[in-house]
Structure formats: structure tokens, C-alpha cells
Design a protein around this ligand. Structure first.
Ligand code: ATP
Length: 312
């Protein structure tokens, strides 16, 4: 069994807790991320994906539950030194590389900022050497070091964002919709770059996306979120071939297909959340329908899903 790098246990994040406008952005979510894998996290806008990423990395405090990183409770670390080290090990890549890169800083300084903070370079020469190496790793070159973010295309800017994350030798990278703002032709390039870097550097990814079209190329397993809940979690292939939760089926039916004729004739399956109004007796929870394939369901639904899976 692969080693667990991240364990998310009954995590809750409520915004405006106790107020009338309270939002349960994460409502009792549990999952593990194994060392070296890519876990995809999908769901429509507002379902709590970004909040999950940000709470794992402690950009947000949790309302309840735990996040363990290599067995350590992330939200209970008190020592500044330990926290700084954790901030090095866990890096984030953002959706909009333009908004996340300081427009007044040169690329060299953007990339080297983390190395400076963590004391990873001895002098200016080594700093520049490392930056150039990183630029080359992500498919850019030395000439780009002294330019500003606005001089780059969206895809190039995302490469800079990736170089910045890699600069501090992280173990775990949370990529929050890293390709959503890019042209489709560029999306595949960035995904391929991320896959190559994962192999070379033994990285573990949490890859957040709002639809299921691109995540399948990078994810080993995929979790589907709906309104603050994780509703299905399965190996990618199994999720695409045999989705069980009605919301997952609906999301899959929304992926655009390359064949225009087929695309026109295909119907989007609507999702009706009212069929999942549970009472306490239903004891809804993540239940393992097939090895590694979990669905959020009641005991009664569990039996139905098992039958559906057996007859697949
Ligand atoms: N800082 C905040 N204060 C109050 N509510 C928030 C805050 N951040 C997020 N929310 C709310 O929490 C819920 C989940 O938001 P979140 O951004 O995690 O969803 P998401 O699935 O990542 O969506 P998107 O793809 O649009 O970023 C939404 O209802 C959102 O309005």
C-alpha cells in the first residue's frame, strides 16, 4: 500500500459561522492523498474545491476536523520553524497566473523569492543559475529572467508560476484550476509539463478543476464535490467508465465531445439534488461500493449502487 502523504479527516470550513449568511464551504469531507499520486478534485463553481485546497495548506483555519501531513496535524503546528518548513513542502499554483504574479517584479525575482525566504541560495550567482535552471525546466530560457509578467502569454505565465512553486523543492503541489484560464491548445502543454515534472521530482499533486474534461489525463484518482460535500471518489478510469453518483453522471454528460454530430445528439443529464435529502436514520456517508470506489450515500442507496456496479 502506498504511503499516505495527506490525510483529510472530517474537515469543515464554514464562512461567517453562526451568522445568517453562513456558508458551509466544506462540510465534513474526508480523503487521503498518496505519495506520488495526482488526486483530481472536481465540481462546479462554488462547491468548495478552492477552500479545500486552501484549508489543507492552512491559508484558512479549519472550522472542524483535521489535515494531517506526513502524520502531523497541520492546523496544530505551533513552532514557527516547523510552519515555515511546511510552507516550503506544500506549494500552490493558481488559476490566474497574471493575478498571482507581482506585475512590478522581474521574473528572476518572482521565481527566487521563495529561495531567498528559505535561504536556499548562497549568493547572486547561484541564485541566477538556479533561476535559469528552473526556467529551462519549465520550457522557458535565460532571456526571460529579466522581463516582467505582462511580457508573457497566459501559458508562459503559468510556466513561471510553476517554476516559482518548484523553486523551493516542494513535495506536494496544490494546483487550483491551473489550466482553466488557458486556451485549449495550451492546456494540454501545461498538463504534460506538470506530468513530466511530477515524474522527475516525485511530486504529489492535488489538481483542482471545474469539469471532468482535462483532469482525466493527469489524475490517478478523482474526487467529485457538490455543495461542500465529497460525493464520489474513485480511480480515474473507474469514475469515467462507471460513475455511480447522479451528480457525477451529470458532470460527465457535460464534457464537450470532439465529434460535433454526436455532441449535438447527446443530452446533458440534469442533476436533481432533492433525491438526496437525508434524514439522520439514513446515515449518509462515504461507502466503498467497489475497491477504492467510494460514494456518499445511505445504506439503502449503497445496496443499489453495489447492484448497479455489479451489473456494469
Ligand atoms: N472568504 C470567503 N468568505 C465567505 N465565503 C466564501 C469565502 N471563500 C469562499 N466562500 C464561499 O464558499 C463556497 C465555496 O467556495 P470555493 O471558492 O471554495 O468554491 P470553488 O468550488 O473553488 O469555486 P470556484 O471554482 O468558483 O473557485 C462558495 O459559496 C463561496 O461563495
Amino acid at each position: 500500500m502506498a504511503e499516505k502523504l495527506v490525510e483529510v479527516k472530517h474537515l469543515k470550513k464554514y464562512f461567517n459561522a453562526g451568522k445568517p449568511n453562513m456558508v458551509k464551504a466544506i462540510d465534513d469531507v474526508s480523503f487521503d492523498i498518496y505519495k506520488g499520486e495526482t488526486l483530481g478534485l472536481v465540481g462546479e463553481s462554488g462547491c468548495g474545491k478552492s477552500t479545500t485546497g486552501r484549508t489543507i495548506i492552512r491559508l484558512y483555519n479549519a472550522t472542524g476536523g483535521q489535515v494531517l501531513y506526513q502524520g502531523k496535524d497541520v492546523h496544530r503546528i505551533k513552532s514557527k520553524k516547523e510552519l515555515k518548513e511546511l510552507n516550503r513542502k506544500m506549494q500552490m499554483i493558481f488559476q490566474d497566473p497574471y493575478a498571482s504574479l507581482n506585475p512590478r517584479m522581474k521574473v528572476v525575482d518572482i521565481i527566487a523569492e521563495g529561495m531567498d525566504i528559505h535561504g536556499l541560495v548562497k549568493n547572486k550567482t547561484e541564485r541566477m543559475e538556479k533561476v535559469v535552471e528552473l526556467l529551462e525546466t519549465v520550457g522557458l530560457n535565460e532571456e526571460h529572467a529579466n522581463r516582467y509578467p505582462h511580457e508573457f502569454s497566459g501559458g508562459q505565465r503559468q510556466r513561471i508560476g510553476i517554476a516559482r512553486a518548484l523553486a523551493v523543492n516542494p513535495e506536494f503541489v496544490i494546483a487550483d484550476e491551473p489550466i482553466s484560464a488557458l486556451d485549449v491548445s495550451i492546456q494540454a502543454q501545461v498538463v504534460n509539463l506538470m506530468k513530466r515534472l511530477q515524474k522527475e521530482k516525485g511530486l504529489t499533486y492535488l489538481f483542482i478543476a471545474h469539469d471532468l474534461s482535462m483532469v482525466k489525463y493527469i489524475s490517478d484518482r478523482i474526487g467529485v464535490m457538490y455543495f461542500g460535500k465529497l460525493v464520489e471518489l474513485a480511480p480515474s478510469d473507474d469514475l469515467y467508465k462507471h460513475p455511480l453518483h447522479p451528480y457525477t453522471k451529470s458532470l460527465l454528460s457535460a464534457i464537450p465531445l470532439p465529434d460535433p454530430d454526436y455532441e449535438r445528439s447527446r443530452k446533458r443529464i440534469p442533476y436533481d439534488p432533492s433525491v438526496h435529502q437525508y434524514t439522520d436514520q439514513d446515515r449518509p456517508e462515504m461507502r466503498e461500493v467497489a475497491p477504492g470506489h467510494f460514494v456518499y450515500c445511505s445504506e439503502r442507496e449503497f445496496e443499489q449502487y453495489k447492484k448497479e456496479y455489479e451489473n456494469r
